[in-house]
Unconditional design. Structure first.
Length: 350
């Protein structure tokens, strides 16, 4: 419906001018203004000349779409930040590969494919899960806080003030006027089911505290060892890329339980171990784990690096992917249904 069509619908209403002014407040909120006029027409017919009810319903609908739109903006921002991080990782790996050619490579044709494969692994199997786990934990904790806050607004307790802090330069602001506080209170109470992941709701109305606390505990317990496990998994996956490109030595003993596509037993040599270790170090993964301290090396640093990479590759627990629904977390955080592989070609399956 166009604005002209809606004007015709209300042209005989005594409050025509006021209705049109109120309706204008929603122009531009939805992606399509004609859709907005369709909603207005539907609500106008449903109100049966109760204009106050019509106005009330319009504001609630606008509120829903504005919150939804704000959430989309956050998702788009998160996705853009992830893409930027992905590009930075790809660039660093490309520079490293250029400066450190692979010993067993027959020519330089491998470079682009190797860079792409490793960049995707480093981002999707390490940096992204770490970010998503932390976001999920914070989100679920804040959902509980909102529900607890709403439950305490039972008529006995009232909010004296609400404080907002922008940033170091923006200052702090307090909301004390009763009407404004009640509007915020109503918004929180009525939007909690919308803010809460559906799996944590009972009949869409009540928080399933047992389930949400169990999942928070699961993330917390996993968090106590996820960094080392993810790091070892990352090293294992990078070594598999070396195996795929046949940049590894082979032996008759299947010490690593990894075979090449020709059925030979892959083994880690010192050159490859140092190459992988130094790349991980360049990407800041050791630094993040040890707050600026390098991993402890043996007296002979080269042998220490090899021992470290060897232990990581042989860590059977690290060979498996996360036992948490990372795909779900990704959709909620960035809106994506797939991993980050768009800016570079997808890797050849190992």
């Amino acid at each position: 419906m166009t604005i002209v069509d809606f004007e015709k619908l209300v042209e005989k209403d005594p409050k025509r001018d006021e209705i049109l002014n109120r309706v204008k407040t929603g122009v531009g909120v939805l992606n399509n203004d004609e859709e907005w006029y369709d909603i207005c027409a539907e609500q106008y017919n449903l109100c049966n000349k109760n204009i106050e009810s019509f106005f009330y319903n319009l504001y609630r609908i606008l509120d829903f779409y504005r919150i939804k739109q704000a959430n989309f903006k956050v998702i788009e921002k998160n996705d853009a930040l992830f893409l930027k991080k992905f590009e930075n990782i790809h660039s660093k790996i490309a520079e490293y590969v250029e400066l450190h050619p692979i010993e067993k490579a027959k020519n330089n044709d491998y470079k682009e494919r190797l860079i792409n494969d490793i960049a995707i692994i480093v981002f999707n199997d390490f940096f992204e899960p770490l970010t998503l786990l932390e976001h999920r934990r914070k989100h679920l904790k804040e959902v509980i806080s909102l529900w607890e806050m709403a439950e305490k607004w039972n008529g006995t307790y009232e909010l004296d003030k609400i404080s907002f802090t922008l940033n170091k330069d923006g200052g702090s602001y307090k909301i004390t006027e009763d009407k404004t506080i009640n509007l915020l209170k109503d918004a929180i109470c009525n939007k909690i089911p919308w803010l809460t992941p559906h799996e944590y709701l009972i009949d869409g109305k009540k928080l399933n505290k047992t389930k949400i606390n169990n999942d928070i505990d699961k993330i917390k317990n996993y968090d106590t060892h996820h960094y080392s496990r993810l790091r070892n998994h990352l090293i294992y996956e990078i070594f598999l890329v070396f195996v795929y490109f046949e940049f590894v030595d082979t032996t008759d003993t299947n010490e690593y339980n990894i075979k090449t596509k020709n059925g030979e037993c892959a083994v880690l040599n010192t050159t490859n171990a140092v190459w992988i270790y130094d790349l991980i170090d360049l990407l800041g993964i050791f630094k993040a784990a040890n707050k600026g301290k390098r991993e402890a090396m043996n007296e002979k640093e080269t042998e220490g690096k090899k021992d470290y990479i060897k232990d990581a590759i042989k860590d059977q627990n690290a060979r498996h992917k996360l036992d948490l629904p990372i795909d779900t977390y990704r959709r909620e955080y960035t809106g994506r249904f797939t991993k980050y592989t768009e800016i570079i070609p997808s890797p050849i399956p190992l």
